[in-house]
Design a protein around this ligand. Sequence first.
Ligand SMILES: NC(=O)c1ccc[n+]([C@@H]2O[C@H](COP(=O)([O-])OP(=O)(O)OC[C@H]3O[C@@H](n4cnc5c(N)ncnc54)[C@H](OP(=O)(O)O)[C@@H]3O)[C@@H](O)[C@H]2O)c1
Length: 283
Amino acid sequence: MIVVTGASGHLGRLVLEGLLDAVPAGEIVAATRRPDSLADVASRGVQVRHADFAEPDTLAAAFTGADKLLLISADTPGVRAGQHKAAVEAAASAGVGFIAYTSVLHANVSPLIVAPDHTATEEVIVASGLPYAFLRNGWYLENYEQTVRSALDSGVIVGSAGDGRVATATRADYAAGAVAVLTGDGQENTVHELAGDTSWSFPEFAAELSAVAGREISYRNVTRDEHRARLIEAGLPEQTADVVLSFDRDIAAGALGDTNGQLGRLIGRPTTPLNEWLRTQLP
Ligand SMILES: NC(=O)c1ccc[n+]([C@@H]2O[C@H](COP(=O)([O-])OP(=O)(O)OC[C@H]3O[C@@H](n4cnc5c(N)ncnc54)[C@H](OP(=O)(O)O)[C@@H]3O)[C@@H](O)[C@H]2O)c1
């Protein structure tokens, strides 16, 4: 039995689809805060169970019988480390045989503002004694959906990442990686540094988007102060603007540029290239 938490999220749904192609539906449990939203999956023979990391009492029943558990990281920075700890403790109590966790690329040395929640969770998992796999996912291409939309409107991408490179893959690529780990052998106590096979810089992103859209879109690198002012002017709350700024700073420093090829090898095909994804984003 494979239990997937966060099953109604974007990544969770893609993992369920991949598992449905790989194992009988009766061996899959979709655990979510919103069971009603997975009625379509239930109708295909997947057990849907209620699980909310913020309500630890829900977790024992949700994890019962799990040979393997995919713990998809929650989405509230700061709060989620405690939620994940509750989930790991429940998994250990329920006798789960293996836990895979969606972490972040090079979590243990990453300067990313999101990394501490992931390292804290990895430490809790190791301390639990459960066999584990860390799926240290790099950036999703989908993180740039809004960038594409506004670039198509304005003809320009403004940022402060300089020539820093990002090795993106699609959520579907990372989901396939999770499925490979959940259905493969020899995954106990492994760490996977997962990212796109190739990387791009923002000037290259603008050039690729220009080629795909058939019109000129440029990248304008600005100072951090100007970038922050523009983000706030565009309507972002100050705190969110600071997070975006920190990502550009860390991209400039190389935190997301690793093209080690592990994800492509794990899923047995190349990861989705930037230009292919950009073509799916045109109106
Ligand atoms: N690598 C990247 O570029 C990147 C980008 C964004 C996010 N992430 C991380 O990857 C995760 C999955 O990405 P996504 O695109 O699928 O995110 P998403 O669609 O926004 O989904 C949020 C996820 O968080 C889960 N969640 C939130 N609160 C929870 C709680 N209290 N208990 C249990 N689950 C909870 C949701 O599960 P249910 O609603 O089904 O309960 C859902 O799976 C995110 O949550 C975040 O940690 C990575």
